[in-house]
Design a protein around this ligand. Structure first.
Ligand code: XMP
Ligand code: MG
Length: 186
């Protein structure tokens, strides 16, 4: 899927495929440097982090394993409340492991803040976070994020794993949506 399949759905491309891949190269190099050959357990948060996980993990030279969590955040509308329910838990034991949470986007930070606490309580050796995108709202709660791809404006974005109503996840770039897609005049 690319921009030509989207008709007029997209307002603007925020990050091109090339920009994303270049930044992932840099993030992977930083991670490899920091972990210095120690094994890492990558924990992806479904479903949005699927693309970041695939592309980041394949750039790492450190020995990695992958696991996944699915969580849902109770809240009104599009605002997350910080009250989180686990829909799918990890399959693996995190005891004594270097856990690196892989996220697509951090908005308020509430989901991640809960997830960090949850994983820290399970006896991991280290728990760190890598996210492709971070919105300014993330500054509202104190979440230590070690690896950030891009700080982006506070607009709703789709593509590269991120969806609007389950659509647009397979776009290779990150884009903002045209207002017509939200249903008010289209
Ligand atoms: P919090 O606010 O807890 O929530 O950091 C993060 C989650 O909110 C979703 N989210 C988005 N999803 N485009 C999306 O497709 C966006 O612009 C966006 N902003 C937040 C996402 O599920 C993320 O994990
Ligand atoms: Mg979503």
């Amino acid at each position: 899927m690319d921009a030509s399949d989207m008709g007029s759905d997209l307002a603007a491309v925020l990050l091109t495929e090339e920009q994303i891949h270049t930044r992932l190269d840099e993030m992977a190099a930083a991670i490899d440097r920091d972990y210095a050959g120690e094994p890492i357990l990558l924990v992806g948060v479904l479903k949005g982090a699927v693309m970041v996980m695939a592309d980041l993990s394949r750039r790492l030279h450190a020995p990695v394993e992958m696991d996944w969590m699915a969580v849902s955040s109770y809240g009104s509308g599009t605002k997350s409340s910080g009250v989180v329910r686990i829909l799918k838990d990890l399959d693996m034991d995190t005891h004594g492991r270097n856990v690196l949470i892989v996220e697509d986007i951090i908005d308020s930070g509430l989901t991640l803040s809960w997830l960090l606490g949850n994983l820290r309580s399970r006896g991991a050796k280290t728990v760190e976070v890598a996210t492709l995108l971070r919105k300014p709202g993330a500054a509202k709660v104190e979440v230590p994020v070690r690896y950030v791809g891009f700080d982006i404006p506070n607009d709703f974005v789709v593509g590269y794993g991120l969806d609007y109503d389950e659509g647009y996840r397979t776009l290779p770039f990150v884009a903002t949506l045209a207002p017509s897609v939200y249903g008010d005049d289209g």
